[in-house]
Structure formats: structure tokens, C-alpha cells
Design a protein around this ligand. Sequence first.
Ligand SMILES: Cc1cc2nc3c(=O)[nH]c(=O)nc-3n(C[C@H](O)[C@H](O)[C@H](O)COP(=O)(O)OP(=O)(O)OC[C@H]3O[C@@H](n4cnc5c(N)ncnc54)[C@H](O)[C@@H]3O)c2cc1C
Length: 316
Amino acid sequence: MSTTPEHVKCLIIGSGPAGYSAAIYAARADLKPLMIEGPLPGGQLTQTTEVDNYPGYPKGRSGPEMMEDLKQQALRFETDIRNGWVTKVDFSGPVHKVWVDDTKEIHADTVVISTGASAKWLGIPNEIRLRDIGGGVTACAVCDGFFYRGQNVVLVGAGDTACEEATYLAKLCPKVYMFVRKEEFRASKAMVHRVKNTPNIEVLFNTEVKDVLGDQTVTGILAVNNKTNEERTLEVTGLFVAIGHKPATDIFKDWLEMDEAGYLKHKPDSTHTNIPGVYVAGDAADKVYRQAITSAGTGCMAALDAERWLAAQGKH
Ligand SMILES: Cc1cc2nc3c(=O)[nH]c(=O)nc-3n(C[C@H](O)[C@H](O)[C@H](O)COP(=O)(O)OP(=O)(O)OC[C@H]3O[C@@H](n4cnc5c(N)ncnc54)[C@H](O)[C@@H]3O)c2cc1C
């Protein structure tokens, strides 16, 4: 027995800061948005303790509480928020087809993609354990560097972002040990130059994390030289992992333009993808800033772009 697919004006995929901001704007424009929450309701911020840099919270807010605030704001304007995971899309026609949990088919005039990204980790058991309890393992220097002012830290990574993060941390921390797995950087010459000219960054080539020490918080890093097998313990209180992020965009690869890492492309000064009526917001398209506030900003832009496009089509 076939059922008629549900039709919506605006479908929002993902429930992080980008998705909720899009929902608030779309709902207040009377687009009656439907949001599919995805595998991580509330997005990445539900995995952190304190968020201190989102405007409007003078005393800071825990990540899960902040995302609940955003959810309540979206619900206040009657966003239809549902559990589920978008497993397939078909953007070949004027109506965009989306399948939730492989079964439910939804047709949408406009789609806002806000599926975010996730950091890559080293995969060491103590790294993951201490990350999960907020014990000094993180993947975001801009988010968490402030908590390590006056303390020594290790940063792992060799690309442009790693260099950027190392120099950011070097302004807050007396000593930044930078672990580079190979004997050279992957970063651009300009970034390497900046690192090499920052006196309190000590670059350790051919060096990897063997273990993360500490029970409730990081107390040290056991480092190993992968050429000589020589081990050394560094007394630090933080581990910053900067080995890349993976945007959650695999399901769109047959339809949307993306870069080699999977970040969705959009037209300049807008959130329009290459498919009319499909917009992207937040970390799924952003390998540069990756912040809650920038994601919220582009979520707002995506809803405004969707509303204007619908109006131009005479559909709203
Ligand atoms: C531990 C940690 C601490 C951080 N601290 C800060 C901080 O202090 N300040 C700050 O500004 N930023 C911080 N960040 C970064 C910030 O969380 C991100 O920049 C922001 O959450 C990105 O928002 P987003 O909406 O683009 O995506 P995300 O928050 O990544 O949300 C993506 C959403 O998409 C959904 N989704 C994915 N795939 C699908 C699918 N197939 N179908 C349906 N839904 C899907 C997920 O369920 C999720 O709800 C931190 C990140 C981490 C990991």
C-alpha cells in the first residue's frame, strides 16, 4: 500500500545552532518548518560542559541547557520537531524528496541542510574518556583555550588549522607542545612560518600521543617518537586535537557540490547551494570558523534565503 508523501514548505535537517536558528526564523515567517533532529539532537554543543562565548549568556551556559533554550524558542513559534535521521535525498525535481529512517518520504519546497560536522580524534581510550567527562581533551582552541590560560598544553596536528590553533593557544599558554606525526608540516609555508616564529611553541616532529594521563583531568601526555620509539612524559593540563573534521554530508554527494573534504559549497554572500531551494548553514559548509554563533548566523541566513526564494516562486 502506498501512502501520499507529506509535503512541507521548509524542511530543516539537523538540530544544532544552525538548524534551530533557521527554525526560529522560518517559523516566524510562517513557513511552518519541519525539523528532523538527526543522530545527535541538539548537535555538538550537547557534548560540552560550559559555553562561555555565545552572546546573551553573561554567566555562560552548559551546552545541553543552551540547546534546550534554542529548542524551546523554536517550539514557541510552533516548529514541528521530530526524531529521525535523513537517510536519502533526491534533489532532481522541483520538489525536493527526503527520506527519514529509510521509510518515511517527505516532499519539501525548500530544504535547509544543517547537519554539522564532527571532529576527528586520535582514538586512544583515555583521550575519549577524558573528552567525554570534560577533563581537558578538546578539539577547539577558540572554544576552550581560555580555560587553559597560564597552563601548558599539547596540540596535535600538522595542517593549517593546527598551526592556527597553536598560535592562538600560544597567546594564552606559557608553553604549547605541537606534535607533528611526520617529519614535516602539511600546512602552508605562511602558517609554518608563524608557528616557527612563535617562541613558546615547541614543535616535536615524528611525535605521537601514546597515552593521556590523568584520572578526572589531564595531568600529562605520554609522547612517543615514532622513529626512535623513545618515550617522554610532558606535564600538561590540556590536550588539543586538531587533526581535522568530517562534515556530515555523505547523503548529499550525488546532488550537491562539495569540496574534497565534504564541506558543502554555497554561492558567495548567501546560503544557496547549486540546487535551487536547497540551502546550507553551519559547520556543514564551514571549515574556517566552526562556532555556534557563526552557525546560528548562517542558519538565520538560510531561512531568509528560503523565504525569499519561495516568495519569488509565488509559493509563499
Ligand atoms: C566539545 C565541543 C565544544 C564546543 N564548544 C564550543 C563553544 O564553547 N563555543 C562555540 O561557539 N562553539 C563550540 N563548539 C563548536 C560548535 O558546537 C559548532 O560549531 C556548532 O554546534 C555547529 O552547529 P551546526 O548547527 O552547524 O551543527 P551541529 O551542532 O554539528 O549539529 C548538527 C546536527 O545535524 C544532525 N544531523 C547530522 N546528520 C543528520 C542526518 N543525516 N539527518 C538528520 N540530522 C542530521 C545532528 O543530529 C545534529 O543535530 C564546540 C564543539 C564541540 C564538539
